[in-house]
Design a protein around this ligand. Structure first.
Ligand SMILES: [Zn+2]
Length: 500
């Protein structure tokens, strides 16, 4: 997936904010972005969303999507107009039941409600639309919606929502969701949270109803449509589990099941390390045509290539770890991506140790050794990788080494106390790398500037793998036993790095 920068809009956004700064008493337009330094047009200013009700019809023949999204929000300032992030053709908009005029321009849907909006006012925004999403490009010529032979995938990071529902598209404005999608009878339509049943329509369509009751970021909300085998059950912890396997997985089908069916076991292990699982349901979807995996809230999506060499529980550990690191505690700005990928990658090391396929230390050492000192890898900073490197391999691999360096510096007891305190204090919210560093110092009682400066913010290969013992360091790489988990973790990261 390519990351797009939107420099033109950044200038417009900054100008708008400057213009109205200091004019707090006057109504003004909401900003067209939330001020994310990497992606200035993402999200919008002036309101806060609490709920999305997405009610759509989709016909895979011709890729025809139509329907209505109803947004419940509250104004955070007096507004003359405000924006939603959306790319599809809009038919009508109502704000608090009155028709509102609207202009669509390059992913910004600007609404002008009659008489304006007062700060604190409740908003009910109803947007009706119809389009063929696979033909819709953003201002950089990119299409995040994927038309497949038997359906479609609305899965993407950092952007996907603009191709299927209007939103305030930034992780700092989470909301609850009802996603209800009607597809031709015999086709499956899968989304997040709890499956609340099917409704037969009169026209040969079946509506699939999904509900997410915990705060959910817009990019983590997904829609997967096609021919799927469904496996529904209840986990030992009593949660609903809903897994789906594309009927096009071929010889990867059983390896996919042997991995994703273990989601509750992986979740239980990670809960021991991170604290209680933050959501109300579990599951996974395996499908071709995705090219990577994504930690959609409660139900990750996996490309079947992860399972081409047999079962791979490492990618499951990675995506499930994101339920805490990324989904419950989200990035405040996309610059904070290490808080997602560093910790999800480190969870693979923890899982490797748990299943007896190599310790976290052995995995850290092999990761460190696998990149020569003159590799460009060491010049991407996990703590501030840049907009075009948000999913660079360094954010994952050096990011995991940074987590291990913290563990070595504070010891196991304080390390896991830091992780549990972090996910508890920041639950259902968003956070910055700087806040994580401050919390680590508070919980450990140690000054940790050098650890984080070395592993997150300094170019070049650090002098030694964190925590490597002297006797191991004195041996050459060739005589060290490779951890059994190494091949699967390497495959997992090769595919996850393709996600850019
Ligand atoms: Zn990840």
């Amino acid at each position: 997936m390519s990351i797009r920068t939107k420099a033109t809009a950044a200038v417009a956004s900054a100008a708008a904010m400057t213009l109205f700064a200091g004019a707090a008493l006057a109504a003004s337009p909401g900003a067209p972005g939330v001020g994310d330094p990497y992606f200035p047009t993402y999200g919008n200013g002036g309101y806060d969303v609490s709920h999305y009700d997405i009610r759509l019809n989709y016909n895979p023949n011709g890729d025809q999507l139509s329907g209505t999204t109803t947004i419940l929000a509250k104004a955070t300032q007096d507004l003359t107009q405000f924006n939603l992030d959306f790319l599809l053709k809009v038919k009508s908009v109502r704000v608090n039941n009155a028709p509102a005029s609207f202009v669509s321009d390059n992913g910004e849907l600007t609404l002008t409600p009659r008489g304006g909006v007062r700060k604190g006012q409740d908003l009910t925004i109803v947007v009706t639309y119809a389009d063929s999403p696979s033909t819709v490009k953003d201002r950089n010529g990119y299409t995040a919606w994927t038309k497949t032979p038997d359906g479609a995938l609305a899965i993407g990071e950092p952007e996907i929502s603009a191709w299927w529902y209007p939103s305030n598209d930034h992780p700092t404005d989470k909301a609850t969701f009802d996603v209800n999608v009607a597809v031709p009878n015999g086709v499956e339509a899968i989304s997040n949270g709890t499956f609340v049943g099917q409704t037969r329509q009169i026209n040969g369509y079946t509506r699939w109803n999904w509900r997410s009751t915990k705060p959910q970021a817009t990019y983590l909300t997904f829609l997967t449509i096609g021919q799927f085998e469904i496996r529904q059950s209840t986990t030992p912890s009593g949660q609903p589990s809903f897994n789906a396997y594309s009927e096009r997985l071929g010889e990867h089908t059983d390896a996919a099941k042997a991995s994703v069916e273990r989601t509750p076991e992986v979740t239980e292990f990670l809960a021991d390390n991170f604290g209680p699982y933050p959501f109300e349901a579990q599951g996974g979807v395996v499908t071709p045509d995705l090219g990577y995996a994504l930690e959609n809230q409660t139900r990750s999506n996996y490309d079947d290539a992860f399972f081409r060499r047999g079962a791979n529980t490492y990618v499951v550990a990675h995506e499930i770890a994101h339920q805490w690191f990324g989904d419950s505690v989200s990035v405040h700005h996309w610059r904070d991506i290490w808080l997602n990928e560093g910790f999800a990658s480190y969870a693979e090391f923890l899982w490797s140790e748990h299943v007896g396929e190599g310790t976290a230390q052995e995995n850290a050492d092999f990761t460190y050794d696998s990149y020569p000192a003159d590799s460009e890898f060491w010049n991407v900073l996990p703590g501030d990788p840049g907009a075009s490197n948000v999913f660079d391999g360094a954010v994952y691999d050096r990011g995991a080494l940074a987590v291990h360096a913290l563990r070595v510096a504070v010891g196991d007891e304080k390390f896991f106390e830091i992780l549990k305190t972090w996910v508890a204090e920041k639950k259902y919210s968003d956070a910055t790398v700087e806040e994580f560093i401050a919390l680590s110092e508070r919980v450990s009682g140690q000054q940790l500037d050098e650890v984080f400066q070395t592993w997150l913010f300094t170019k070049g290969k650090p002098a030694e793998s964190p925590g490597r013992s002297a006797d191991v360091a004195s041996k050459s790489l060739s005589v060290q036993a490779e951890p059994k988990s190494r091949a699967k973790i390497k495959l997992t990261h090769e595919l996850l790095d393709a996600h850019k």
